[in-house]
Design a protein around this ligand. Sequence first.
Ligand code: ANZ
Ligand code: ZN
Length: 816
Amino acid sequence: MPNKTINFQKIEKKWQKTWEEKKTFQVSENSKKEKFYIVPMFPYPSAAGLHMGHAIMYTIPDIYARLKIMQGFNVLHPIGYDALGLPAENAAIKNKTPPEEYTKNSIKNFTKQLKSLGISYDWSRIVDTSKPDYYKWDQWIFLKMFEKNFAYQKQASVNWCPSCNTVLANEQAQTGNCERCNSKVEIKTLKQWFLKITNYADELLEKLDDLDWPQRTKTMQKNWIGKSNGTEIIFEINKEPWKIFTTRPDTIYGVTFMVVSAQHTKLMNLITKEQKKPVKDFLKKVKTVSEKDMENLEKQGVFTGSYAINPINNEKIPIYAGNFVVADYGSGMVMAVPSHDQRDFEFAKKYKIPIKKVIDGETKSWSAYVGPGKLINSDKFNGLDNNEAKNKITEFLKSKKLGKKVTQFKLRDWLISRQRYWGTPIPIIHCDKCGAVPVPEKDLPVKLPKEVTFGKGNPLETNEKWINVKCPKCKGHAKRETDTMDTFVNSSWYFLRYADPNNSKEIFNKKKAEYWNPIDQYIGGAEHACMHLIYFRFYTKFLRDIGMLNFDEPAKKLFHQGMLHGADGNKMSKSLGNTVDPLDVIKKYSSDSLRLALISFASPDSDTNWEEKVLIGGHKFLTKVYNQFSEIKIIKKADEKTESKLNKIIKEVTNQIENFKYNLAIIKVRELFNSLPKETSKEVLQKSLQLLHPFCPHITEELWEKIKGKGLISLSNWPKPELSKIKEKFDQQDQAMDKIVSDIINITKIVEARGEKKEKAFVYVIPNELSFYDEKAISKRTHKEVKIFAVNNSKKHDPNNISKKTKPGKPGIYLE
Ligand code: ANZ
Ligand code: ZN
């Protein structure tokens, strides 16, 4: 067989150029076709460029998009850059180039690399969040939020990294050390900007039910929002009312102490003179930890000197400051019931506080009883079932105006302030007279100044000229806000901007945004479950409520791609030496081979390891397909068997791509090409190429041209299965063939293990199965001379009388 070396790189360049010049994937909203909007989460452009994670992340949506285009949808498949953020700033400081320059170069490089993957983007819609004409609209949304009291400032204790000089999100400080630089995280109180995402807590929770998203992600969001129904009870402390949130009002007679959060803003009001010193000492040594870790933490506390009055029986209850109470959940203080709550139990044991049982139930001596039971030691509520008692006690307290039913959410308002440079400036001017004054809309964008000094805290504070401005209201002397926004702000609405990326008059044209949105298929990593994927839902709802959008949710369907690890099963990393560079693979093999490998390892939603032999196998397959097409003879009509197989596979593959079962689809497509006869119809060849096209767009475009297909295969019509052409009998034949081949190979192995050499195989089949078997094909696959006989053939060669044992579906085999 001639095996010409094929210049894949040349072919791929040719088609990438053609698609670009013909603007093949540019779309507009003026189309008669039904729209389909597919969005991959946009990348952070770093100087390191495209890595294998990106290659898989962007190939998966491309395959989907290409199917949808061919199915006749008006497909918008855009890309952009999430280009603001700390890494660019840190890299810029290190390399002494401004973040802007660093980002520009990274984007240029990244774009070139993405193009080499042959992805079907509408390149005319690039969104770059670091451009003032993008972040202007971040600021515009902020002003709308400010106007509606959705953006506000408050003192908050924050996780502070002294080395990065910035506030960290809880997620970035989970271990108590900074996620980036590993320095010990400190707690600091600062005036910070927040967005009122909690206004949507209920809707964010309820609408989850309508979303076709992975269940795991929905559950994570549900827990993140953390709706909890309970009772608010008023305790009197130093003659003042304190609201306490509890989900267990039934245990109120068992309260033996209270615990206020060590980070509570009003903690100092509770400390008596005598306790000042021990409390101070305690606060110095308590570790700063995120809420998630609180549960596993050793419970620690100190007596404040103050007491609370239990409203149900007027008992005097000591108040402790403790490290296991969250400052901004409920009221930041808990009524502790050591007999029925494990945390409280451990605390009481440690500090020798009395434990009073109020629910009847057996427990091991070393833990709290958390199960159901009847109330005891609870005065007039004794004997009640504890669940019933929850209501009864709440009602009783309500009648005395000392309590009521409430709902609490774990979800907090979104802290967006960052004391860094490379983010969207918050469009606020602080005036001594007028307070926080919004920058007038006509003055947007507030651009990042170029003249700043890096390395000494917030760079924006180093440009006096930029900071000192006139107050928009009183024209007096005022100062700009120097905080910038969390970059998750930028990614909360970029998918809307794709619909109208160059609009300089408004954030987007409402009609255009509503034409493309909501997203039909969103694709990205599961690690975004609780931040980005909640924030973009919040932004959508806010924009809806100010009349900009007519839908509730940004994305109907969500798919999380799996992670690709190195061949050794570890995360690909330079230090482990297990990285594979997609650009090297493209240079050495081809982009199509890389794409084929990426989807062949495993199902796109599962984690998998790189396998060189899969890449090589795929590359061989593509080489074979190319050569196959130069040899195949085109005839008018294909044989029935080929037609049957083709149509069956069209049906299967369509379904498998639609359900992200690419790994299964490609097995079928390869099977199809392997079974193509030497002579077949143009239609069969075209349809086969079409099935391969979403996976390997370049080579299929080239072969499509070779067999004189009309136009571009990229824009051709996806084949529909002709069900009448699917014949089960051919399937049976296929299976019979596969079986006989593997049987002959297995028997050969056994025989050869005994040191015998066999060149010929004789196969005996029952007469009506004779047509299932193809002597030549079996011969080729087993590398033997093969003869097939019907058992009733009197001329058969059968020295061992093996044909006697032949049964339907079970041919006899004799080797010689
Ligand atoms: C008394 C009690 C007795 C409680 C008992 C539990 C068991 P969820 O479901 O998470 O909402 N709590 C209230 N505010 C808190 C805060 N700021 N930080 C830490 N814990 C806080 O949990 C509500 C329960 O968590 C509340 O009910 C309260 O303890 C505690 F046998 O009150 B409970
Ligand atoms: Zn003023």
